[in-house]
Design a protein around this ligand. Structure first.
Ligand code: NAD
Length: 531
């Protein structure tokens, strides 16, 4: 049987190995998940919370081991893994147990449509069934774990396919679900790469996919999912801008941007990769950012005083180097870094700061996904917003200013899924925040209320027991035609006065209407709504 041997990007040591799932096994795994789903969807919501509560406690108990596994397998420092990989699932589980259960309960529809407002109408939220969760390597624990938590609470089952670069963390996630007492087969792990992903997507019983990864693979996933009409959620790449206004707090801004550009060695979909600075603050900001980046300690992810570990693989280093070389050729100034740290190991790179970036540079257009931040001066906040939006990506952005009015004016002008002011990537950390991108950065959402509703199919149930026909049923007649015409005029009249004229014609027909048809309920509020 084929195996994946995981070598640590930090030092090449073997972290462990897993067996690749033969694609021929995937069909039976899907069927098992489907059987588990059929029973699980009947479990009342408050009871579905119990294994989630146990899962939360297990994560808390095993947090050091999980952080160490991620550090060894993927390369981010242990402390960083604690913050970025473990806090979000703990918070998301609390959100789901508290808000999720409330949001998924059936709820009454308060219609203002006069034809239907007198009935009992209800929304029910149904799970889809079996999902494929296809995950990336850069946040191998928090991304699939939080997605699986929300999927299972809402009554779904899932097969998780972690990245072949981080299969051990993927296996650990599914082990935790099993230990927490979720039903057998409800959450399973598929190990491998594209062939396994494609086999999951080809199966007609898989009804949805949450794909987190690159734009080109995301497109292929959507194309394949369309063959069997699966629900598709795509969380894709980013090229996040930070906009620094001339009134920004220099120290705070430089500190925040240094972290947001270099966290996880820059391998974050929402890393700050482009910074647009109002010209008056340009040189002071470069000095301040240089000062912050120069203090970052690059080293082994298991050392307690390391700020930044290695990148995950050689292809990452090559892209960073290509973007730096391209910037230099086009007039960029490397103010800090720029080189591989071969003294530390094969995959370490210096935090790199490029000033005088221009729009044509690759590092201002393509996702770099490494420890490189590029800075460009601009003449105004409006120019910064224009440049920030002139990208195929639209994941997140940040604005750095002391003036709330400016921030509140600019934030809605940015074409992206979330905006942080005087911070960055806040939406992912707050489980009430919604996560997802505009444009090429994604389709659909995860996290928060909107993310939860993506995982269920809303069903509208309308009840009426009068035994009377609806006004629009057969037989059509001249009288009903006339009444319908007056009703339209009355309900959609541009003013109450004009509507009043029609009422006089309608009134004599009201007895006929109420005697023969399902009741209409009209109030002044409804008339305003229709107008
Ligand atoms: P990737 O697209 O190379 O791979 C993602 C997953 O897809 C892996 O599990 C991979 O094995 C699988 N895969 C590959 N080919 C497939 C196919 N044909 N069919 C089905 N599955 C297939 O991405 P990556 O390198 O693992 O992750 C980095 C990318 O992910 C970056 O672009 C980053 O911005 C993005 N990302 C986005 C978010 C977000 O929330 N928007 C979060 C993390 C990472």
């Amino acid at each position: 049987m084929e195996r994946i041997v995981v070598k640590s990007p930090a030092d090449g040591s073997v972290v462990g190995e897993v067996a690749v799932t033969p694609t021929a096994h995937i069909g039976s795994m899907v069927e098992r998940a489907h059987r588990a789903f059929l029973a699980w969807r009947e479990v009342p919501l408050p009871e579905r919370v119990e294994p989630l509560r146990r899962l939360k406690r297990l994560i808390l108990r095993e947090r050091h081991a999980i952080a160490e596994l991620v550090a060894r397998e993927q390369g981010k420092p242990c402390i960083e893994a604690m913050i970025v990989e473990l806090f979000p699932p703990l918070d998301v589980s609390a959100f789901l147990m508290y808000e999720g259960v409330r949001l998924l309960q059936p709820r009454r529809v308060r219609s203002k449509n006069p034809f239907f407002s007198d009935r009992r109408s209800t929304y029910y939220f149904h799970p889809y069934g079996v999902w494929a969760v296809i995950a990336p390597w850069n946040y191998p624990f928090t991304i699939p774990m939080t997605q699986l938590m929300a999927l299972t609470l809402s009554g779904n089952a899932a097969l998780l396919k972690p990245s072949p670069l981080t299969p051990l963390t993927g296996a650990k996630i599914v082990e935790l679900f099993e230990q927490a007492g979720f039903p057998e087969g409800l959450v399973q792990v598929v190990q491998g790469g594209a062939p396994q992903g494609e086999a999951m997507l080809a199966h007609p019983t898989v009804r949805g996919v949450i794909f987190t990864g690159s734009v080109p693979i995301g497109r292929r996933v959507a194309e394949q999912a369309a063959q069997t009409n699966k629900k598709v959620i795509l969380e894709l790449g980013g090229k996040d801008p930070a906009i620094v206004l001339s009134d920004a707090d220099l120290k705070h801004t430089a500190q925040g941007i240094a972290w947001a550009a270099m966290v996880n060695a820059g391998q974050t979909c929402a890393s700050v990769e482009r910074v647009y600075v109002e010209r008056r603050l340009y040189e002071p900001f470069l000095n301040a950012l240089h000062g912050e980046l120069a203090q970052i300690r690059v080293g082994h992810p298991l050392h307690s005083e390391t700020d930044m570990g290695p990148v995950v693989a050689r292809f990452q280093l090559e892209r960073v180097q290509r973007h730096i070389e391209d910037a230099c050729m086009k007039g960029g100034r490397v103010l800090l870094g720029g080189r591989v740290r071969a003294d530390l190991g094969e995959l370490y790179h210096e935090p790199t700061l490029v000033a005088d970036a221009t729009d044509e540079m690759l590092g201002m257009q393509e996702e770099t996904f490494g420890p490189l931040v590029m800075v460009q001066p601009v003449d105004s906040a409006e120019e910064a917003v224009r440049k920030a939006n002139a990208s195929a990506f639209g994941l997140t952005a940040s604005i750095w200013t002391r003036d709330p009015r400016k921030a509140q004016r600019l934030a809605p002008m940015l074409e992206c899924g979330s905006v942080s002011v005087n911070s960055h990537i806040v939406a992912y950390g707050d489980s009430y925040g919604v996560w997802g991108g505009f444009k090429d950065s994604g389709v659909g959402r995860t996290h928060g209320e909107f993310g939860l509703y993506e995982l269920v199919q809303p069903q509208y149930v309308s009840e009426v027991y009068t035994g009377k026909p609806e006004l629009w049923w057969y037989p059509y007649s001249e009288r009903v035609h006339r009444i319908t015409d007056w009703l339209m005029e009355f309900l959609a009249a541009p003013s109450l006065k004009l509507g009043g004229k029609t009422v006089r014609r309608l009134l004599p027909e009201m007895r006929y209407l109420t005697r023969h048809f399902s009741p209409l309920k009209m109030t002044g509020g409804m008339v305003r709504y229709l107008r």
